[in-house]
Structures are given as structure tokens and as C-alpha cells.
Design a binder for this molecule. Structure first.
Ligand SMILES: Cc1ncc(COP(=O)(O)O)c(C=O)c1O
Length: 371
């Protein structure tokens, strides 16, 4: 028998699949999930909703997810006070898929996407998959976007996609509205779609606005959101984009037919109809975030200002040693961000206590905390 060498694209030959370790440890604070189980009332309602549609699974799902998109529009109105229609919302299997569709529709050979590092590490992969040129620009020391640099880069490189993450992952920092506006204006001048990735928006602090408020003024703005974080639905896979119908209709061109299963659609609709049940969890996580950030500062660490459900802190001479020590104590966090920094997702109060205790036990951390 002759040997078979899979004819993988040359540019993918040395790549490895993306993903943080999925380890079975007691305290998992590494992928910014909502640490709380779904409230029982919601879990029961989801089960009943899935049972009700199960006999109809012989049919393909609603290709346009009309009911779900209308529910998402209603939710956004209650969450941010912004009025959008279901036609202005697009849903897919996680915001990862939404963003992949965005690159399929607006990226491609000969086109450029730009972002501001450190930022979400999947963006370069969407670019790679779609043969889109990918450029990143360094953020300032406080992780804010260097707006003058960004505006200049947009004018010079004429990207078709600009990615702004707010609150940003892994830093947790929100982008100031004035900065978003300056980038939207620069994007308009070169016909770029500016995507504000608001995966963590529900955790933002009082006084931090959502970019949704700018939608009516900027036809080139797309806001991306997800139910994986505040809604505690990482396992259900539901992300969505909000924009003008012109932009949404472009995503509809590249989506695979029936991409969003009927099961996913009814689970998401049920969660949206019970959104009020989740508010207490989000409030607890914000309080825990603020308390944890304060504690880390008191320990002498540098702590990035977080509007998200995680905190970037440091700096460590050797972050891998600290990470490993925490893991040995049953606490999994993430080695990400600039050299010397670590990121911890906000857990339940008990998990956060475990993290604090473990960090105090980690070798060398007290002496090495700087700043
Ligand atoms: C900034 C940002 N955007 C998008 C995502 C993707 O989320 P999902 O595909 O679960 O909606 C994540 C996940 O961690 C993220 O951090």
C-alpha cells in the first residue's frame, strides 16, 4: 500500500489546533467562563424546550433564526437601552463563528485586517484561514489603544476590517468611546468595517458605555457579543453580531446553510427569556472582580483595569513557575498577555479564595511582585 500524506495547505502544515488546556482540576479559572451553574429554573426550562422540539429534529432548523434574532434584539434593548431590529442581529455558533464569517465576507486575499496587541489570540487564526493580511499595533503601557497610531495605520494600510476588543482580552480594559469614534471615523474614510468585540460587555463597570450606542451613527460599525460569558452558556455555543442590515446581509452570504441547530436556537431563546435570573450572577462576578483586583494591588502586583470577568496581573520574573505552582495546588489560570503577566478568570467566591491562598503559597511571588 502506498503511503498517504494529507495534502494540507503548506501554510497550515506546522500549525497546531488552538486552545487552552482543558484539565480536570478543582478550580478552573483559565477561559473566562461564568463559574456558576445555570439556575435550576432555567436548566429545567431549557430541558422542557428541547423536549418540545425533539420530535421535529427530522427537519432542518430555521435557517434565518428569526425568533432567536428577535429575542436577542429585545435583550439588547433591555441591557443597553439601544433599539435594534432582529434583522440587525446575526447569530452563529459562538462569536468565534460570527467573526470567522466576518473574515470570509470582508477579508480575503489582498485584504488587510488590523488589531491592537495584546488582544484575543484567535484573530490571527481567522485571518490565516481566509488568507487575509493581519497587522497588529502595540497598545500603550496601560493597554489603551494608541489612537493617533491607529488612525494613521488605518489611513496608510486601508484595512477592510479593524478589530477593537472592548473590554479587551487578555487585559480586561475597555476602549474609551472617544477612541472608538476616532477609529470609526478613520475606518469610514477607507471603507473599513470596525468590529467592536464586546464578548465581556455585561461585566463592564458603571459608566462604561457599550459601542451599541454608536450603531445608529456609524454604518461601518459591527458589535460582536456572546452568550458564552455573562449568560453562562459557553457550552451551548451562541454568539451574535449587531450592525446595519447591509453588514448583516453580507454575513448571511457566507454562512453555511442551517449552521445553527434547532437545539441551539431553542436553548438560547429560553435563556434570553430568563435573562433576569442571571443578573444576580453577573452582579456577584463584578463585585468579586473588583475585590480581587483590589486584593492583588494590595499584594503589590500590577493590575490592569478590568471591565471584564478576568484580571491580568503581574509582573513575574518567571510566570510559568507561578502558573505551575497554582496548578499543583488545584488552581488553573492562564499564561497569556505580555511577558511576565498572568490572567485569572473571576470564579465563585470560594474559588477566588482558593486562588488567593494558592497565589500566596506560590514560590517567589511576594519578592517578585513589582510595581
Ligand atoms: C474577546 C473574545 N471574543 C470572542 C470570544 C469567543 O467567544 P465564543 O466563541 O464563545 O462566543 C472570546 C472567548 O474567550 C473572547 O475572549
Amino acid at each position: 500500500m502506498s503511503t498517504f500524506v494529507p495534502p494540507i495547505r503548506a501554510d497550515l502544515a506546522n500549525e497546531v489546533p488552538y486552545g487552552a488546556p482543558q484539565l480536570d482540576v478543582p478550580v478552573r479559572l483559565n477561559v473566562n467562563e461564568n463559574p456558576f451553574a445555570l439556575p435550576n429554573e432555567l436548566a429545567q426550562a431549557m430541558g422542557a424546550a428541547v423536549a418540545a422540539i425533539a420530535p421535529e429534529l427530522n427537519r432542518y432548523p430555521d435557517r434565518e433564526a428569526v425568533e432567536l434574532r428577535a429575542e436577542l434584539a429585545k435583550y439588547l434593548n433591555s441591557e443597553s437601552g439601544v433599539v435594534v431590529t432582529g434583522e440587525q442581529v446575526w447569530a452563529a455558533n459562538g462569536s468565534n463563528e460570527v467573526m470567522h464569517q466576518l473574515f470570509l465576507a470582508f477579508g480575503g486575499p489582498g485584504r488587510t485586517a488590523i488589531s491592537f496587541d495584546p488582544t484575543y489570540s484567535m484573530y490571527p487564526e481567522y485571518a490565516r484561514d481566509t488568507f487575509t493580511r493581519y497587522l497588529t499595533y502595540a497598545r500603550n503601557d496601560d493597554f489603551s489603544v494608541d489612537v493617533a497610531d491607529a488612525v494613521q495605520a488605518i489611513a496608510a494600510e486601508k484595512p477592510s476590517i479593524v478589530l477593537l476588543t472592548s473590554p479587551n482580552n487578555p487585559t480586561g480594559t475597555a476602549v474609551a468611546t472617544a477612541d472608538i469614534i476616532a477609529i470609526l471615523e478613520a475606518g469610514l474614510a477607507v471603507n473599513a468595517v470596525v468590529v467592536v468585540d464586546e464578548a465581556y460587555a455585561e461585566f463592564r463597570r458603571a459608566g462604561t458605555p457599550s459601542a451599541l450606542e454608536l450603531l445608529a451613527m456609524y454604518p461601518n460599525l459591527m458589535v460582536s457579543r456572546t452568550m458564552s460569558k455573562a449568560f453562562g452558556l459557553a457550552g451551548a455555543r451562541l454568539g451574535y453580531a449587531v450592525a446595519s442590515t447591509q453588514l448583516i446581509d453580507a454575513l448571511r452570504i457566507v454562512r453555511l446553510p442551517y449552521h445553527l441547530s434547532t437545539v441551539t436556537q431553542v436553548v438560547a431563546v429560553t435563556a434570553l427569556q430568563h435573562a433576569d435570573l442571571l443578573q444576580a450572577q453577573v452582579a456577584t462576578l463584578r463585585d468579586e472582580r473588583d475585590a480581587l483586583a483590589q486584593w492583588l494591588e494590595q499584594q503589590g502586583y500590577r493590575v490592569a483595569q478590568s471591565d471584564a470577568n478576568f484580571i491580568l496581573f503581574g509582573t513575574f520574573e518567571d510566570r510559568d513557575v507561578v502558573w505551575q505552582s497554582l496548578l499543583d495546588q488545584g488552581v488553573l489560570i492562564r499564561q497569556t498577555g505580555p511577558k511576565g503577566w498572568l490572567r485569572v478568570s473571576v470564579g465563585t467566591p470560594e474559588e477566588n479564595d482558593r486562588f488567593r491562598a494558592a497565589l500566596q503559597q506560590a514560590p517567589g511571588t511576594e519578592q517578585e511582585a513589582q510595581g
